[in-house]
Design a protein around this ligand. Structure first.
Ligand code: ADP
Ligand code: NI
Length: 218
């Protein structure tokens, strides 16, 4: 099987798994990250196949919802990729490294992503968390978990560990300060940094307009 057919087979298998997710990782998120990561990989001269596999599998287990994130991620990735004889053990390990280290996790853990391919997938994932799509995803997530849009008395907080990040969900506007506005600085590649600029500015504009309307100004 050639690489394109592997990717297409994988897509057909992953689509149904993510199709009904409404917690921010639906299939279209995976598809957008995959498309963006591929383009960044071309510009950054990375191994496109590894980037594609990493992008398609980066959310195969969610640290917010599975008990043992590392074991689940490793097992699921290994199982899915081992069906293809053409994919080597070394390639599987490269993808596992991406899947294990992609997530932001409240910014409380130091980033251990050490391959350019992983950095690209992580950048594409972050780009999909900011900008207009980022705003939409964040309010969709907040709605699903019953958060208020905003509460002027509840200020953003910094989390000291992953447990605190998981347990303390405040209103959705706080998520911009606790995560979204910080992402621009965590982007690795210059290609993604360039894309992040416009998306970051859009979020700032969104917040400005939000507060203006909140106060009844026009
Ligand atoms: P990561 O995969 O980097 O760990 P998450 O899975 O925590 O990111 O978040 C995926 C998306 O879900 C975020 O980009 C955001 O839009 C939304 N999200 C996550 N946590 C929250 C939250 N506490 N409030 C609002 N939206 C959230
Ligand atoms: Ni993702």
């Amino acid at each position: 099987m050639d690489k394109d057919s592997i990717i297409q087979t994988l897509i057909a298998q992953l689509k149904p798994i993510f199709e009904n997710d409404s917690s921010g990782h639906d299939w279209f998120h995976i598809e957008r990250v995959w498309k963006l990561a591929k383009q960044i990989a071309v510009k950054e001269n990375a191994n496109i196949f590894i980037v594609e596999l990493g992008a398609l599998l980066h959310d195969i287990a969610d640290h917010k919802f599975v008990e043992n994130f590392e074991t689940e991620s490793t097992q699921r990735t290994t199982k899915i990729l081992s069906q293809f004889n053409e994919i080597s053990q070394q390639e599987i390990e490269a993808v596992i490294h991406i899947v294990l280290n992609c997530s932001y996790k409240g910014g409380v853990e130091t980033n251990k992503m050490n391959s350019i391919e992983g950095k690209i997938v992580q950048d594409a994932d972050k780009l999909d968390a900011i900008g207009a799509i980022g705003v939409a995803r964040t309010f969709a997530f907040g709605g699903k978990f019953g958060s208020l849009l905003y509460h002027p008395d509840i200020k953003p907080m910094t989390h000291k560990d992953l447990d605190s990040y998981h347990k303390n969900r405040s209103h959705t506007i706080n998520h911009f300060y606790e995560k979204l506005l910080k992402l621009k600085e965590l982007i690795h590649t210059s290609t993604a940094k360039e894309i992040a600029k416009e998306r970051h500015e859009f979020m700032e504009l969104f917040l400005k307009q939000f507060y203006k309307e909140w106060e009844g100004e026009f």
